[in-house]
Design a protein. Structure first.
Length: 278
């Protein structure tokens, strides 16, 4: 006897109910507690440090996500083509992403050391700088560059893996038909790859933007938010408010500001990349 479609759907929801309930408890309850504990909203407008860290976080997020998207797309398109040893290369690309962020940040802290770091010595030997003793982590501009460089190195593989999944879903027949019609690789990219990859790009950019906007461990280990707060992000600021200054209510208020910024970004990204009707 054939089971009614409605009964099958009910059973599926019944199986999923424990997982959905657990997800609700883990995510909704802390958010609700943040709303109830938040206070000091009148201080937000006049908090110069908050607006400075928001600018720092926005700058960091924009450049890391943009560079990771470009590099990740290039790597994904390369790794989807057949060549000897492709499986090994795919596994090797994931190594930076697999490394713990705190340990990786300590390594980059040694690399960017102004006295005996590898980066300054390498640039000096390539005749790109006049001296190998570059204050990477002691000057505002170089310190932010070091943070962006380290984050791009670590998380570009994550972007590449997500984009590879999107590229694998594009039918090869479309490229063959476009090639028969005389479309070259560049034209094929813009008329086939880019439009069909938009949903995957939106998902990858959203994931990475949320991670970059909430970055804590990399900045905390690499620069500690210095020099002079020029690399301090909103996550580090919330940490200082709650644990250093013991202002839990205002820390929750700033957390809600952070969540609001992420919601605005997600909504803007959806409007930008949503399919347009003919």
């Amino acid at each position: 006897m054939k089971r009614p479609a409605g009964a099958a759907g009910s059973i599926q929801w019944l199986y999923a109910a424990p997982a959905l309930l657990l997800m609700g408890l883990v995510s909704v309850v802390p958010i609700g507690q943040t709303f109830t504990m938040a206070g000091g909203f009148d201080r937000i407008g006049g908090d110069a440090t908050l607006w400075r860290v928001l600018r720092n976080t926005g700058f960091f997020t924009f450049w890391t996500v943009s560079l990771e998207l470009v590099l990740g797309l290039a790597i994904a398109m390369l790794l989807t083509r057949p060549f000897p040893g492709r499986g090994f290369v795919r596994a090797a690309v994931l190594i930076p992403w697999a490394l713990p962020t705190a340990i990786m940040a300590m390594a980059w802290r040694w690399i960017f050391n102004s006295e005996y770091g590898v980066m300054g010595d390498l640039l000096f030997k390539l005749h790109l700088v006049a001296s190998p003793n570059i204050p990477w982590l002691a000057a505002p501009g170089p310190a932010m560059f070091a943070c962006i460089f380290a984050d791009v190195w670590k998380t570009t593989p994550f972007m590449a893996i997500l984009l590879m999944s999107g590229l694998a879903a594009i039918p090869k027949d479309l490229y063959e038909a476009a090639g028969i019609d005389g479309a070259g690789p560049v034209k094929q990219f813009f008329i086939i790859t880019w439009p069909m990859l938009k949903p995957t790009i939106a998902l990858a950019v959203l994931f990475r933007a949320i991670q970059s906007f909430g970055v804590f461990d990399l900045i905390y280990v690499l620069t500690g938010g210095g020099p002079g707060g020029r690399t301090q992000t909103i996550a580090l600021y919330i940490y200082d408010i709650v644990f250093r200054y013991q202002e839990m209510a205002y820390g929750c208020a700033v957390t809600l500001v952070m969540a609001g910024c992420l919601c605005l970004f997600a909504g803007g990204l959806f409007l930008l990349l949503r399919p347009r009707s003919a």
